[in-house]
Design a protein around this ligand. Structure first.
Ligand code: SF4
Length: 112
């Protein structure tokens, strides 16, 4: 299968082939593309970014690391159900270890 590497703006076209348990990646301009290509065919992951609205403003959030693609919807539900934090600042943890993934939800911006 052909996929575009999204790990940097270059956007190399990767040809990913799976034979049995062996996955080969061609077309990557650097080692990160090989890792991305292998993960896409075995356990695809995504960064999650979102904005949570409160009565008095918004908080921009992102995952500290990519999470399994099939957990993205539940991750967004957990963020939506979280209570409004007091005096939270960019760089602080909004939710620690979301969905037991060892990934945190980090505040990237606060607008009050
Ligand atoms: S393979 Fe490397 S150079 Fe190519 S898009 Fe991915 S990260 Fe960028």
């Amino acid at each position: 299968m052909e996929i575009t590497c999204i790990m940097c703006p270059v956007g190399c076209t990767l040809t990913v082939t799976k034979k049995g348990n062996e996955v080969t990646v061609k077309g990557n301009g650097c080692p990160r593309g090989e890792i991305y290509g292998k993960n896409e065919i075995t356990t695809p992951k995504r960064m999650v970014t979102t904005i949570k609205k409160y009565k008095d403003g918004t908080i921009s959030l992102k995952t500290s690391e990519p999470i399994d693609k099939n957990l993205v919807t539940n991750c967004l539900k957990e963020i939506n159900n979280a209570k409004e934090p007091k005096n939270i600042k960019p760089g602080e943890i909004f939710i620690k270890n979301i969905l037991s993934t060892n990934v945190d939800i980090i505040v990237t911006n606060v607008n009050n």
